[in-house]
Design a protein around this ligand. Structure first.
Ligand code: HPA
Length: 273
Protein backbone atom coordinates (compact mmCIF):
# COMPACT_ATOMS: atom_id res chain seq x y z
CA UNK A 1 0.00 0.00 0.00
CA UNK A 2 1.32 3.50 -0.85
CA UNK A 3 2.12 5.95 1.96
CA UNK A 4 -0.84 8.15 0.94
CA UNK A 5 -3.26 5.20 0.76
CA UNK A 6 -2.26 4.11 4.26
CA UNK A 7 -2.92 7.64 5.58
CA UNK A 8 -6.38 7.58 3.95
CA UNK A 9 -7.16 4.12 5.31
CA UNK A 10 -5.91 5.12 8.77
CA UNK A 11 -8.07 8.23 8.71
CA UNK A 12 -11.16 6.28 7.58
CA UNK A 13 -10.56 3.82 10.44
CA UNK A 14 -10.19 6.70 12.93
CA UNK A 15 -13.47 8.23 11.71
CA UNK A 16 -15.28 4.90 12.12
CA UNK A 17 -13.80 4.35 15.55
CA UNK A 18 -14.62 7.87 16.80
CA UNK A 19 -18.00 8.43 15.15
CA UNK A 20 -19.40 4.99 14.26
CA UNK A 21 -21.35 4.53 11.03
CA UNK A 22 -20.56 6.83 8.12
CA UNK A 23 -22.95 9.72 7.45
CA UNK A 24 -25.34 9.91 4.52
CA UNK A 25 -24.12 13.41 3.75
CA UNK A 26 -20.78 15.02 4.57
CA UNK A 27 -20.72 18.81 4.34
CA UNK A 28 -17.47 20.72 3.90
CA UNK A 29 -18.12 24.17 5.34
CA UNK A 30 -16.56 27.22 3.73
CA UNK A 31 -15.54 30.59 5.14
CA UNK A 32 -18.17 31.80 7.54
CA UNK A 33 -20.64 28.90 7.12
CA UNK A 34 -19.70 27.15 10.34
CA UNK A 35 -21.30 29.26 13.04
CA UNK A 36 -24.83 28.99 11.69
CA UNK A 37 -24.48 25.43 10.48
CA UNK A 38 -23.56 23.94 13.86
CA UNK A 39 -26.95 25.03 15.25
CA UNK A 40 -28.75 22.81 12.71
CA UNK A 41 -27.64 19.52 14.17
CA UNK A 42 -29.58 17.57 16.74
CA UNK A 43 -27.61 15.27 19.06
CA UNK A 44 -24.28 16.71 17.89
CA UNK A 45 -21.08 14.80 18.48
CA UNK A 46 -17.89 16.81 17.85
CA UNK A 47 -14.32 15.75 17.19
CA UNK A 48 -11.32 18.02 16.63
CA UNK A 49 -9.56 17.50 13.29
CA UNK A 50 -6.29 17.52 15.24
CA UNK A 51 -7.48 14.34 17.01
CA UNK A 52 -7.90 12.51 13.68
CA UNK A 53 -4.53 11.26 12.41
CA UNK A 54 -3.96 12.46 8.84
CA UNK A 55 -6.68 15.15 8.76
CA UNK A 56 -4.69 18.33 7.97
CA UNK A 57 -5.55 21.30 10.17
CA UNK A 58 -6.31 24.75 8.73
CA UNK A 59 -4.35 27.95 9.12
CA UNK A 60 -6.99 30.55 8.11
CA UNK A 61 -9.24 32.51 10.48
CA UNK A 62 -12.88 31.45 10.06
CA UNK A 63 -12.06 27.79 9.33
CA UNK A 64 -12.39 26.09 12.69
CA UNK A 65 -10.96 22.60 12.61
CA UNK A 66 -13.78 20.47 13.94
CA UNK A 67 -16.06 17.75 12.60
CA UNK A 68 -19.59 17.57 14.00
CA UNK A 69 -21.85 14.57 13.42
CA UNK A 70 -25.59 14.78 14.02
CA UNK A 71 -29.00 14.74 12.41
CA UNK A 72 -30.16 17.42 9.96
CA UNK A 73 -33.57 17.14 8.29
CA UNK A 74 -33.81 13.57 9.57
CA UNK A 75 -30.56 12.54 7.90
CA UNK A 76 -27.24 11.54 9.40
CA UNK A 77 -24.90 14.39 8.46
CA UNK A 78 -21.30 15.29 9.22
CA UNK A 79 -20.27 18.95 9.16
CA UNK A 80 -16.56 19.33 8.42
CA UNK A 81 -15.29 22.68 9.65
CA UNK A 82 -11.63 22.48 8.79
CA UNK A 83 -11.25 23.01 5.07
CA UNK A 84 -7.70 23.62 3.91
CA UNK A 85 -6.69 25.39 0.72
CA UNK A 86 -4.01 25.17 -1.91
CA UNK A 87 -2.87 28.72 -1.04
CA UNK A 88 -1.94 27.58 2.47
CA UNK A 89 0.83 25.60 0.84
CA UNK A 90 -0.72 22.13 0.97
CA UNK A 91 -0.31 19.66 -1.88
CA UNK A 92 -3.54 18.51 -3.55
CA UNK A 93 -3.34 15.08 -1.91
CA UNK A 94 -3.58 16.75 1.51
CA UNK A 95 -6.53 18.91 0.39
CA UNK A 96 -8.58 15.87 -0.56
CA UNK A 97 -7.43 13.28 1.97
CA UNK A 98 -10.57 14.00 3.99
CA UNK A 99 -12.80 13.42 0.95
CA UNK A 100 -11.02 10.16 0.09
CA UNK A 101 -11.29 8.97 3.71
CA UNK A 102 -14.98 9.96 3.93
CA UNK A 103 -15.65 7.86 0.83
CA UNK A 104 -13.67 4.90 2.18
CA UNK A 105 -15.59 5.15 5.46
CA UNK A 106 -18.84 4.77 3.46
CA UNK A 107 -20.20 8.32 3.21
CA UNK A 108 -22.92 8.47 0.54
CA UNK A 109 -22.76 12.06 -0.71
CA UNK A 110 -20.72 15.22 -0.38
CA UNK A 111 -21.85 18.84 -0.15
CA UNK A 112 -19.14 21.47 -0.63
CA UNK A 113 -19.78 25.03 0.55
CA UNK A 114 -17.74 28.13 -0.05
CA UNK A 115 -17.68 31.89 -0.04
CA UNK A 116 -17.17 33.44 -3.46
CA UNK A 117 -16.95 36.73 -5.25
CA UNK A 118 -19.90 37.48 -7.52
CA UNK A 119 -19.33 38.42 -11.14
CA UNK A 120 -22.97 39.34 -11.66
CA UNK A 121 -24.72 42.39 -10.33
CA UNK A 122 -27.94 40.36 -10.12
CA UNK A 123 -26.17 38.08 -7.60
CA UNK A 124 -25.49 40.61 -4.84
CA UNK A 125 -23.74 39.75 -1.57
CA UNK A 126 -25.79 37.22 0.36
CA UNK A 127 -26.96 35.36 -2.77
CA UNK A 128 -26.80 31.57 -2.57
CA UNK A 129 -25.74 29.84 -5.75
CA UNK A 130 -25.57 26.11 -6.57
CA UNK A 131 -22.64 25.35 -8.86
CA UNK A 132 -23.74 24.22 -12.30
CA UNK A 133 -20.13 23.74 -13.39
CA UNK A 134 -16.67 25.15 -12.82
CA UNK A 135 -13.72 26.52 -14.78
CA UNK A 136 -10.38 25.77 -13.19
CA UNK A 137 -7.78 28.48 -13.64
CA UNK A 138 -4.89 26.69 -12.00
CA UNK A 139 -5.87 25.10 -8.71
CA UNK A 140 -3.73 21.92 -8.78
CA UNK A 141 -5.57 18.66 -9.57
CA UNK A 142 -5.56 15.85 -6.99
CA UNK A 143 -5.46 13.32 -9.85
CA UNK A 144 -1.89 14.00 -10.95
CA UNK A 145 0.16 10.83 -10.39
CA UNK A 146 2.03 12.22 -7.38
CA UNK A 147 -1.24 13.29 -5.71
CA UNK A 148 -3.40 10.18 -6.10
CA UNK A 149 -3.83 7.56 -3.39
CA UNK A 150 -1.89 4.88 -5.26
CA UNK A 151 0.43 6.92 -7.49
CA UNK A 152 -1.46 6.19 -10.72
CA UNK A 153 -2.65 8.89 -13.15
CA UNK A 154 -6.42 9.15 -13.20
CA UNK A 155 -8.21 10.40 -16.32
CA UNK A 156 -11.68 11.27 -15.10
CA UNK A 157 -14.53 12.97 -16.92
CA UNK A 158 -16.15 15.92 -15.17
CA UNK A 159 -19.44 16.10 -17.09
CA UNK A 160 -22.32 16.79 -14.69
CA UNK A 161 -19.80 16.88 -11.83
CA UNK A 162 -22.27 18.76 -9.63
CA UNK A 163 -25.20 16.28 -9.50
CA UNK A 164 -28.05 17.70 -11.61
CA UNK A 165 -30.76 15.76 -9.77
CA UNK A 166 -29.54 16.97 -6.37
CA UNK A 167 -29.49 20.59 -7.58
CA UNK A 168 -32.95 20.26 -9.02
CA UNK A 169 -34.30 18.79 -5.78
CA UNK A 170 -32.76 21.65 -3.80
CA UNK A 171 -34.12 24.35 -6.09
CA UNK A 172 -37.58 22.83 -5.92
CA UNK A 173 -37.67 23.68 -2.20
CA UNK A 174 -35.45 26.81 -2.30
CA UNK A 175 -36.35 28.78 -5.44
CA UNK A 176 -34.15 31.70 -4.32
CA UNK A 177 -31.06 29.53 -4.94
CA UNK A 178 -29.59 30.45 -8.32
CA UNK A 179 -27.23 28.38 -10.43
CA UNK A 180 -23.86 29.50 -11.68
CA UNK A 181 -20.42 28.64 -13.00
CA UNK A 182 -17.57 28.90 -10.49
CA UNK A 183 -14.15 30.07 -11.62
CA UNK A 184 -11.43 28.68 -9.36
CA UNK A 185 -8.16 30.54 -8.96
CA UNK A 186 -5.29 29.48 -6.70
CA UNK A 187 -5.17 32.75 -4.67
CA UNK A 188 -4.57 33.80 -1.95
CA UNK A 189 -4.61 37.32 -3.43
CA UNK A 190 -7.97 38.47 -4.75
CA UNK A 191 -8.24 39.10 -8.47
CA UNK A 192 -7.34 42.19 -10.44
CA UNK A 193 -10.26 44.07 -11.98
CA UNK A 194 -8.99 42.92 -15.41
CA UNK A 195 -9.06 39.30 -14.29
CA UNK A 196 -12.62 39.77 -13.06
CA UNK A 197 -13.62 41.27 -16.42
CA UNK A 198 -11.98 38.32 -18.22
CA UNK A 199 -13.67 35.68 -16.00
CA UNK A 200 -17.00 37.32 -16.57
CA UNK A 201 -16.55 37.35 -20.36
CA UNK A 202 -15.54 33.70 -20.27
CA UNK A 203 -18.84 32.70 -18.73
CA UNK A 204 -18.12 32.50 -15.01
CA UNK A 205 -20.65 33.80 -12.48
CA UNK A 206 -18.57 33.36 -9.32
CA UNK A 207 -14.92 33.35 -8.36
CA UNK A 208 -13.23 31.56 -5.50
CA UNK A 209 -10.18 29.64 -4.34
CA UNK A 210 -11.48 26.28 -3.11
CA UNK A 211 -13.95 23.45 -3.81
CA UNK A 212 -12.61 22.25 -7.17
CA UNK A 213 -10.00 19.79 -5.80
CA UNK A 214 -12.52 18.18 -3.43
CA UNK A 215 -15.14 17.92 -6.20
CA UNK A 216 -12.68 16.29 -8.60
CA UNK A 217 -11.50 13.83 -5.93
CA UNK A 218 -15.12 12.97 -5.11
CA UNK A 219 -15.89 12.23 -8.77
CA UNK A 220 -12.80 10.01 -9.01
CA UNK A 221 -14.04 7.83 -6.12
CA UNK A 222 -17.67 7.87 -7.28
CA UNK A 223 -19.02 10.05 -4.47
CA UNK A 224 -21.99 12.18 -5.63
CA UNK A 225 -21.24 15.86 -5.05
CA UNK A 226 -23.02 19.19 -4.99
CA UNK A 227 -21.48 22.59 -4.24
CA UNK A 228 -22.95 25.87 -3.14
CA UNK A 229 -21.45 29.33 -2.90
CA UNK A 230 -22.49 32.26 -0.83
CA UNK A 231 -21.66 35.38 -2.82
CA UNK A 232 -19.97 37.49 -0.16
CA UNK A 233 -18.79 40.41 -2.29
CA UNK A 234 -18.75 41.69 -5.83
CA UNK A 235 -15.62 40.76 -7.77
CA UNK A 236 -12.74 43.25 -7.63
CA UNK A 237 -13.50 46.44 -9.54
CA UNK A 238 -17.24 45.79 -9.98
CA UNK A 239 -19.01 48.87 -8.62
CA UNK A 240 -15.65 49.83 -7.09
CA UNK A 241 -15.35 46.60 -5.06
CA UNK A 242 -12.08 45.91 -3.21
CA UNK A 243 -12.61 42.48 -1.64
CA UNK A 244 -11.18 41.69 1.80
CA UNK A 245 -11.30 38.63 4.05
CA UNK A 246 -13.06 40.78 6.67
CA UNK A 247 -15.84 41.64 4.21
CA UNK A 248 -16.18 37.97 3.27
CA UNK A 249 -16.62 36.91 6.92
CA UNK A 250 -18.94 39.85 7.75
CA UNK A 251 -21.25 39.10 4.80
CA UNK A 252 -21.28 35.38 5.60
CA UNK A 253 -22.31 36.20 9.18
CA UNK A 254 -24.99 38.66 8.05
CA UNK A 255 -26.69 36.20 5.67
CA UNK A 256 -25.90 33.09 7.68
CA UNK A 257 -29.47 32.50 8.82
CA UNK A 258 -30.82 31.89 5.31
CA UNK A 259 -27.64 30.00 4.41
CA UNK A 260 -28.26 27.57 7.27
CA UNK A 261 -31.85 26.98 6.10
CA UNK A 262 -30.65 26.29 2.57
CA UNK A 263 -27.91 24.02 3.92
CA UNK A 264 -30.55 21.96 5.75
CA UNK A 265 -32.65 21.81 2.55
CA UNK A 266 -29.59 20.66 0.59
CA UNK A 267 -28.96 17.87 3.10
CA UNK A 268 -32.62 16.87 2.85
CA UNK A 269 -32.34 16.81 -0.97
CA UNK A 270 -29.18 14.66 -1.07
CA UNK A 271 -29.39 11.41 -3.04
CA UNK A 272 -30.71 8.42 -1.09
CA UNK A 273 -28.21 5.66 -0.37
N1 HPA B 1 -12.36 36.23 -5.09
C1 HPA B 1 -11.86 35.02 -4.81
N2 HPA B 1 -12.26 34.32 -3.77
C2 HPA B 1 -13.23 34.83 -2.98
C3 HPA B 1 -13.79 36.09 -3.23
C4 HPA B 1 -13.34 36.82 -4.35
O1 HPA B 1 -13.79 37.95 -4.64
N3 HPA B 1 -14.71 36.30 -2.26
C5 HPA B 1 -14.73 35.20 -1.46
N4 HPA B 1 -13.81 34.30 -1.90
Amino acid sequence: MSAEQSKITGLAAALAETLGDAPEVAVVLGSGWKQQAAGLLSEPQAVACSDLPGWPTPRVAGHSGELILGTVAGRRALLCGGRIHSYEGYPAADLVRGVRALAEWGTSSLLLLNAAGSLREDLPPGSLVALRDHINFGIPSPLRADQTADGSVEFVDLVDLYEPAWREALRATCPDVEEGVYAGLPGPNYETPSEIAMLSRLGADLVGMSTIPEAIAARAVGLPVMAMSMATNLGAGLEGSRPSHGEVLDTAAEYGGRAAEVLAAAVAAAPQR
